[in-house]
Write a protein that binds this ligand. Structure first.
Ligand code: SF4
Ligand code: SF4
Length: 445
């Protein structure tokens, strides 16, 4: 019995080999050498190890910060836990302000230095290694990936029509909403309208256009409304958010103004604690939005990262300059489409010679899935040098860690607010001086 099974398997392997050789001869391609997958360590498993490690670190930081705030709120009754500076990574607006402050003065934000250092390290890493941060480090990217892998399993239980709609509904809705928000934000950034404009009686005339914008992606046939157009319009969300931050912080605010805010705005001192309270006491609206983001992330790959994350938008643009790229060798490629199917950001890798795409995450999933030796690799352009995934990971993660530790040892990691001061601030948190109105802070004399 065992011999019969072995014989059949060997026979099947030789049939496959003949088919592959045939297809190569018919297409006039170079002979291929199939990859030997002997090791259980693949780029995917290696990446998961990195992602899970950073995810655990993030949970640890969040928990430590919670215990620190509890210590301050209790007036020192609960056990003391030091404030983890890494929590500042969750203050994206503060990071943008820190960047402008640094560009204008050459100094590091004294309130959230770790936030600025993390932000700067992400920018430098992206410039060199495209969006490797998103797929190897970012905990939000990790959760997105877990969500869509689970979603892939759910979709496999339904017929193709149902899975199509589960996947496309989020994009169509996001696209429709983007057709409303993008022009509104653009007009606001050009100072042509303000929040007050929404109260004008003329607003009622644009409601039919808003409804049409939402309906269009659902009703127009693909021939006149291609998927790539829909996707591009939906992705305008993240560029709109990025433009909003860039114009309002980097362009409109001077470094001196930001310095004054760091020094004298009480809100900025407790921005991290306010953020924690926001997540611990979510409003109904926030719960609905977070639920929808999570739900859509299950059925549409990397939904948050692809359509909304302004960091992702920025580092995607910076990553355009990176010399490390996925490169396809069309002579040895057998056009099997496995790379395209594996790509979590829907890039048609099989049709590219070099993947120049702001969405490429440097995740190596395409390389891992390619069955042919040398047909698809991450390479350093100009030198043509192949970059092994372990080297790539080492560079992305290593650079990130080197930045943190350099900041730690040179005194740019811990802020200048004492535990005593935090304890006093926390007890007065309901005071209006710790609130902000549409981004405007109270400045103390
Ligand atoms: S092209 Fe390859 S490396 Fe880039 S995101 Fe797609 S699968 Fe990942
Ligand atoms: S996985 Fe992509 S690059 Fe590799 S052989 Fe198939 S089509 Fe070509």
């Amino acid at each position: 019995m065992f011999q019969a099974i072995t014989y059949l398997l060997l026979k099947w392997e030789s049939v496959l080999a003949v088919i592959t050789e045939d297809s190569i001869q018919k297409t006039g391609k170079s002979p291929v050498s199939k990859k030997k997958k002997s090791s259980w360590i693949t780029s995917l498993r290696f990446r998961w190890f990195s992602q899970i490690s950073f995810f655990i670190i993030t949970i640890y930081i969040g928990w430590s910060f919670y215990l620190f705030v509890r210590y301050c709120e209790s007036g020192g009754v609960t056990a003391f836990v030091a404030r983890p500076p890494g929590i500042e990574a969750f203050l994206p607006i503060g990071a943008f302000m820190g960047l402008k402050y640094f560009l204008g003065t050459g100094a590091v934000d004294p309130l959230h230095p770790a936030g600025f250092i993390i932000f700067a390290s992400i920018l430098v890493t992206s410039f060199l290694f495209q969006r490797g941060f998103c797929s190897w480090i970012c905990p939000v990217g990790t959760m997105s990936e877990w969500a869509w892998r689970f979603g892939d399993w759910i979709k496999s239980k339904f017929n193709s029509r149902v899975s199509y709609w589960l996947e496309k509904f989020p994009v169509k809705l996001t696209c429709g909403l983007s057709m409303i928000t993008t022009p509104i934000v653009a007009l606001m950034l050009l100072n042509m309208i303000t929040f007050a404009s929404f109260k004008s009686p003329g607003m009622k005339y644009i409601f039919p256009f808003m409804i049409a914008a939402i309906v269009i992606p659902f009703v127009l046939p693909r021939k006149i409304w291609p998927a790539r157009v829909e996707d591009a319009i939906a992705r305008a969300w993240k560029y709109t958010l990025l433009a909003f931050f860039t114009v309002n912080i980097v362009i409109k605010m001077s470094a001196a103004q930001i310095g004054m805010i760091f020094e004298r705005a009480p809100y900025m001192k407790v921005a991290d604690i306010k953020m924690m309270h926001f997540f611990l006491n979510l409003s109904l609206l926030a719960i609905i939005i977070l639920f929808l983001l999570f739900f859509f992330s299950i059925f549409n790959k990397n939904y948050w990262c692809r359509y909304f994350c302004p960091y992702g938008a920025l580092i995607g643009i910076l990553g355009w300059a990176s010399a490390t790229r996925i490169v396809r060798n069309k002579k040895t490629c057998i056009d099997c489409s496995k790379c395209t199917i594996a790509c979590p950001v829907y890039i048609e890798v099989e049709k590219k010679n070099i993947v120049y795409d702001v969405e490429c995450l440097g995740c190596y999933d395409c390389v891992d899935s390619c069955p042919v030796n040398g047909a698809l690799d991450m390479k350093v352009l100009w030198f043509g040098k192949k970059v092994h995934y372990a080297v790539y990971a080492g560079l992305v993660v290593g650079l990130f860690v080197v930045f943190m530790n350099t900041a730690r040892f040179t005194g740019y990691w811990y802020n200048n607010v004492s535990v005593q001061e935090y304890t006093e601030l926390v007890r007065d948190l309901d005071n209006p001086r710790f609130k902000h109105q549409q981004g405007k802070f109270e400045i103390e004399e």
